[in-house]
Design a protein around this ligand. Structure first.
Ligand code: NAD
Ligand code: USQ
Length: 415
């Protein structure tokens, strides 16, 4: 049985991936420091869906399927010895690495969050690579990277999978030499910057130690449930909707369910790449089945299925749900408009049949949001982390400049 270590397996992508792979016969061990749950508490917010504790989740999984997943509470950035112990004890055949601080707005919230994001993400990734090399292990390491390393002010030229083929003039000034270089990064937040830095760590350890690494440059994940998390209410996946951790399409679907105007930043002109959570788990399984050769190069795959402009998504959600649109200040320093074309050839060639934005799945997410709308803390909806002093929070304003959406406080709800 393939032994699989899933770092960050308690999170939004990690939890359904752990279940999907356990269901398919992998012997899964999850390591997670539960920092995501702690950050929710610190920010006085929570997953919209009532996620159970790791123990309850794993007991439910065993009860429903008869399969066991081991859980280790471990901080891979701070506890090097602990990580060494887990690696030595399990000697995994493969490792899936989700364990990073993943929100761009949170990484721009203030000095402490910038320092934490860089420290957590870079130390965690480097600890893993250095230990795997030091211990002489040979797992296939699959890392969740981001489409955002390429940047979002492009003009629509197709982004290749990780490498750009360039022709360099030879010293004789006549011959052109072919080179595959890492696609130049252009991160748009401290978080995206850490993913760009991860790329260099992978490049080095693949070259120097022959580590087999796949870096999945993933688009924005939407949806909540997968076939496995639907099996029992105790297995439900997390649903982030707050201004720092909620991602755009899930936020719009949740806002629609609550009767809150859809918070389109600026002109909504950003075009982004998307993937449904069910395809995330499928792609990770496909990546695990197709490790790279130990040829000194990190394998980079674009894990996305479609691109959309934010205002078009908002209009689509408004059409399906009768929601109202609100064009709010953009708290981010980002291009007002961009075009985006991405190659996802490898996953398509491997047989991925993309789940595209279907009304059924949009409705499922709205239904989930409606079911748990009494748990929503509307005061956390606006995106308030600004990129520089020149940007303003994305708050819905009335024509006279007053806050328009009535904020419901926690005491109102308790009453
Ligand atoms: P998440 O925050 O829900 O999950 C990350 C998990 O890692 C959490 O459970 C957290 O507690 C854990 N973690 C963080 N730092 C850790 C540490 N030092 N030691 C141990 N555990 C730690 O995020 P997610 O949405 O599931 O994203 C998972 C990965 O996928 C991230 O690396 C993210 O950058 C990437 N990704 C996510 C999306 C998306 O839309 N959600 C899109 C592209 C890429
Ligand atoms: N946006 C709005 N209104 C909102 C929220 C967001 O207009 O209420 C806009 C943002 O300004 C941005 C776009 O929507 O232009 C996407 O924002 P997002 O929060 O959905 O996505 P992002 O910050 O890029 O981060 C998310 C995940 C991150 C992952 C990334 C993939 O949090 O972990 O790496 O998506 S990607 O965007 O392809 O880089």
């Amino acid at each position: 049985m393939t032994k699989l270590l899933i770092l960050g397996g308690d999170g939004f992508c990690g939890w359904p991936t752990s279940l999907y792979l356990s269901a398919r016969g992998f012997d899964v061990v999850i390591a997670d420091n539960l920092s995501r749950r702690r950050i929710d508490k610190d920010m006085d917010t929570d997953s919209l869906t009532p996620i159970t504790t790791p123990d309850e989740r794993l007991s439910a999984w065993q009860e429903v399927t008869g399969k066991t997943i081991e859980f280790v509470q471990l901080d891979i950035a701070r506890d090097v010895e602990g990580l060494q112990d887990v690696l030595s004890a399990h000697r995994p055949d493969a490792i899936v690495h989700f364990a990073e601080q993943r929100a761009a707005p949170y990484s721009m919230r203030g000095l402490a969050e910038k320092l934490y994001t860089v420290d957590n993400n870079i130390s965690g990734t480097h600890n893993l690579l250095a230990l795997v090399a030091e211990l002489g292990l040979n797992p296939h390491i699959v890392h969740l990277g981001t489409m955002g390393v390429y940047g979002y002010d492009g003009d629509g030229l197709e982004i290749p999978e990780g490498y750009l083929n360039v022709k360099v003039e030879a010293p004789d000034r006549e011959t052109l030499i072919d080179r595959d270089i890492l696609y130049p990064t252009n991160p748009g937040s401290v978080y995206h910057m850490t993913k760009s830095m991860d790329q260099l760590l992978f490049q080095f350890y693949a070259k120097n130690n022959g580590l087999r690494i796949t870096d999945l440059h993933q688009g924005i994940v939407w949806g909540t449930q997968t076939d496995e998390t639907r099996l029992d209410e105790r297995l439900i996946n997390r649903f982030d909707y707050d201004g720092d951790y909620g991602t755009v399409l899930n936020r719009f679907l949740m806002q629609a369910a609550l009767g809150h105007p859809l918070t389109v930043h600026g002109t909504g002109g950003q075009t982004r790449a998307f993937i449904h959570i069910q395809d995330t788990v499928r792609c990770i399984a496909m990546a695990l089945e197709n490790p790279p050769l130990p040829d000194g190069k990190v394998q980079i795959l674009n894990q996305m299925t479609e691109t959309h402009r934010v205002r078009d998504l908002a209009k689509l959600v408004a059409r399906v749900t009768n929601a109202e649109l609100a064009y709010v200040d953009n708290p981010r320093k980002e291009a007002a408009e961009n075009d985006l074309k991405v190659s996802n050839k490898t996953f398509l060639d491997l047989g991925l049949n993309p789940t595209t934005l279907e009304q059924g799945l949009l409705n499922e997410t709205v239904e989930i949001a409606k079911t748990f709308s009494n748990r929503a803390r509307t005061e956390t909806i606006a995106s308030k982390s600004v990129w520089t002093d020149e940007q303003k929070p994305g708050v819905v304003l009335k024509r006279d400049g007053q806050k328009r959406f009535k904020l419901r406080s926690r005491s109102d709800k308790a009453a």
